[in-house]
Ligand binder design. Sequence first.
Ligand SMILES: [Zn+2]
Length: 61
Amino acid sequence: MASKRVVSDCRLLPSEKGCTLVIAGTENEVLPVAIRHAVDDHGEEDTPELRAHMKEMLREE
Ligand SMILES: [Zn+2]
């Protein structure tokens, strides 16, 4: 479980920038980075809803 790798793919998110960033690693590694990226680069607000959405977006590698 701890070593299972997941992927967060910005191409699955609606984005005016056409961001294609992919972040891969364990969920514990990917989630904070993906959330920070969404806030810093996508202008999202860091809310429980965003966190839940980012978590739903993770795919198994
Ligand atoms: Zn992005």
